[in-house]
Design a protein around this ligand. Structure first.
Ligand code: ATP
Length: 358
């Protein structure tokens, strides 16, 4: 479909659906126009207008256009109206509302054999969907959030398998569950609770591992001071069910845990030390705010609504984003220089692996 035809189609959709909000004004009365450009569409209001150009109008146009374009294009949700100046001398049409879009929709990776798939990967790429791959050296920290049964453990096992060849892994598994089994099969050290030991004891062990990591960060910082171009092997601290870790433990030990986690999150970035955190929620009781601010690959699986997204995506109203149906689906945001900053629909990979790992 040509850009002109697409614009015509969208104009029709908007004329029919915007109705009341536009006080009866339509493109037929020359009140607005649509232009399709590379990377998005522009809604051009003719001013002065009998309708108000505000966030409400922007989000309504998003709703209508996103549904009308599905599945050929995906509009990328903005938190508020995105104004762009237009090149013209005519003051009536010198501005537009921009809706960034990408071609197609998010598509799930289906991996028939996970270990063979991992063998085919080179460099430090981490594929997440058919058309979404992140480079691990651009990742600071990853968060996987979701309600029970939403696919967090399944997604975590995928990340562990893909990260193993490119990163040293330090796994903390408070539930002594899937990650511990994965670690046993893959001969990776894991810290898990043990019989006869208290929860505070367990968290102290975690703190001592974090403290060792911090020491390694400092060693690396010294090396970087003399050789700023030096690159290091990635180290990833994986914590499953972070929320379970710090609940009901001695205050002093919890404070140390938060402080160590913050330092690792803040200083790890330049020294290739990452966090991979999994939790049912990411509020201030499960991780410190400073850690949340360092997360730059955010995955939310399971229920998606304003309430469930409030911790990872505090400014987002997910209305109008087409969330795919199925296991391990939700939202993703990758915050780096290469990807659009926006939140995208997510479908976690589906993979087949040796029996017994999960
Ligand atoms: N991307 C996916 N593709 C196919 N199946 C999936 C996917 N994600 C999850 N599942 C299936 O959904 C089920 C629940 O997933 P999982 O155990 O990972 O949820 P969870 O969020 O970790 O739950 P809990 O918090 O209770 O441990 C599993 O049986 C898993 O096989």
């Amino acid at each position: 479909m040509q850009a002109v035809e697409l614009a015509q189609y969208l104009l029709q959709a908007l004329n029919m659906a915007l109705g009341q909000l536009m006080q009866g004004e339509t493109s037929y009365t020359n009140s607005f126009d649509i232009k399709v450009i590379n990377g998005g569409i522009i809604f051009i209001p003719r001013l002065p207008a009998g309708y108000i150009i505000d966030d409400e109008l922007y989000q309504k146009i998003f709703l209508i256009a996103n549904a009308a374009l599905y599945p050929r294009y995906t509009l990328l949700k903005q938190n508020s109206a995105y104004f762009v100046p237009l090149k013209t001398d005519d003051i009536h049409v010198q501005r537009g509302l921009f809706f960034p879009m990408k071609v197609g929709i998010s598509e799930r990776l289906i991996i028939p054999n996970l270990s063979r798939f991992v063998d085919t990967l080179s460099g430090d790429v981490v594929p997440i969907m058919k058309n979404l791959t992140v480079k691990y050296d651009k990742v600071t920290s990853i968060a996987i959030c979701g309600n029970s049964g939403s696919g967090k453990s399944y997604a975590l096992t995928y990340f562990l398998s893909v990260l193993k060849p490119i990163s040293e892994l330090i796994i903390v598994d408070p539930k002594f569950d899937t990650p511990s089994r994965w670690a046993r099969v893959n001969e990776v050290p894991v810290i898990h609770p043990q019989k006869n030991r208290s929860k505070s004891d367990f968290l102290s062990e975690v703190n001592s591992a974090l403290s060792k990591c911090l020491k390694r960060i400092q060693d690396r910082q010294e090396i970087l001071y003399d050789d700023p171009a030096k690159s290091f092997k990635h180290i990833t601290i994986v914590i499953d069910e972070v929320l379970a870790l710090s609940e009901g433990v001695n205050r002093a030990i919890k404070d140390s845990f938060f402080s160590l986690l913050s330092q690792v999150a803040l200083l790890g970035r330049a020294t290739s030390v990452h966090l991979l955190l999994v939790s049912q929620r990411f509020d201030h009781t499960s991780i410190p705010v400073s850690v949340r601010e360092q997360l730059n690959v955010l995955l939310q699986v399971g229920n998606i609504n304003k309430k469930s997204t409030q911790f990872l995506f505090p400014d987002l109203d997910p209305e109008g984003i087409v969330i795919p149906i199925g296991k391990g689906t939700g939202l993703i945001q990758v915050i780096d220089a290469e990807h659009p900053y926006q939140v995208l629909p997510l479908l976690c990979p589906t993979y087949y692996t040796q029996k017994g790992i999960l």
